[in-house]
Write a protein that binds this ligand. Structure first.
Ligand code: HPA
Length: 269
């Protein structure tokens, strides 16, 4: 693992520098990379051992740039377990950005809304997560250079970063919702019965990413902020079937609000 990471770090270090903030942009949200100044895209294919994303709406670039006087590194698109990748591969990009020196990680995703408080188009700060993938990127021998064997997940999402994000949203004139993200394996959307189960378990939104990235980040002691874009009501909560097209369309619809929120957060860090 360290050998693969070191190879990737060596390949991008001269172009990426030491980032202050790392970001992962989810389905349909990758355009934020264009908001960076002096942006420079490194295709994942040019980074040794970096897994490629095969999903529509996930561009597959590591983008470096500046914003609000800070050095930023952005994963424009991610890989998922359902693509047949291992948990370690799914976490690889976050570990790479952590090894480059990023101490803060902002993870974003599109998610299905379960809570009755949530509507498609809402943005939600993730307060906690349910890892329901059945796996972890921390399985196997622990690499002490990355972090400790048993990772504390009590405050996986930094409360002060949630406060910053909420204040920025308020200044922009909208409410940043809050809730718990359930991360499932996918790739099928949930059944209505599964959605009822998830609600009982305490989930407010459901998606197929993020939870392993957050585990990897907390292992490395990165501070994490998670933002979900509620792209649809979860299965059974609205009439009609779910589609990836709807997910991408909603993400596009909230693009400008999402962009303003992220920029405001980077300004405030
Ligand atoms: N379920 C799972 N993942 C998702 C959803 C959903 O409803 N919407 C966007 N990603």
């Amino acid at each position: 693992m360290m050998e693969a990471l070191d190879q990737a770090v060596d390949a991008v270090r001269s172009r990426a520098g030491k980032p202050d903030v790392a970001m992962v942009l989810g389905s349909g949200l990758g355009d934020y990379a264009h908001a960076l100044e002096d942006a420079h895209a490194i295709p994942y294919a040019e980074i040794p051992r970096m897994p490629l994303s095969s999903v529509s709406g996930h561009a597959g670039n590591l983008v470096t740039g500046r914003k609000a006087g800070k050095q930023i590194i952005v994963m424009q698109g991610r890989t998922h377990l359902y693509e047949g990748r291992s948990a370690a591969e799914v976490a690889f990009g976050v570990r790479l950005m952590g090894r480059l020196g990023a101490e803060t990680l902002i993870v974003t995703n599109a998610a299905g809304g379960i809570s009755s408080e949530l509507q498609p188009g809402d943005l939600m700060a993730i307060t906690d997560q349910l890892n329901l993938t059945g796996t972890s990127c921390l399985i196997g021998p622990n690499d002490d250079l990355l972090g400790t064997r048993f990772v504390d997940m009590t405050e996986a999402f930094a409360p002060d970063l949630i406060e910053v994000a909420s204040r920025v949203a308020g200044d922009l004139g909208f409410e940043l919702k809050r809730g718990v993200y359930a991360g499932l394996l996918g790739p099928a959307y949930e059944t209505p019965a599964e959605v009822r189960m998830l609600r009982t378990l305490g989930a407010d939104v459901v998606g197929m990413s993020t939870v392993l990235e957050v585990l990897a980040a907390r292992h490395m002691k990165m501070r994490v902020l998670g933002i979900s874009c509620v792209s649809n009501l979860a299965a059974g909560l609205s009439s009609g079937p779910l589609s990836h097209q709807e997910v991408e369309e909603t993400a596009r619809r909230v693009q400008s609000r999402f962009r303003a929120l992220l920029s405001g957060i980077l300004d405030s860090l």
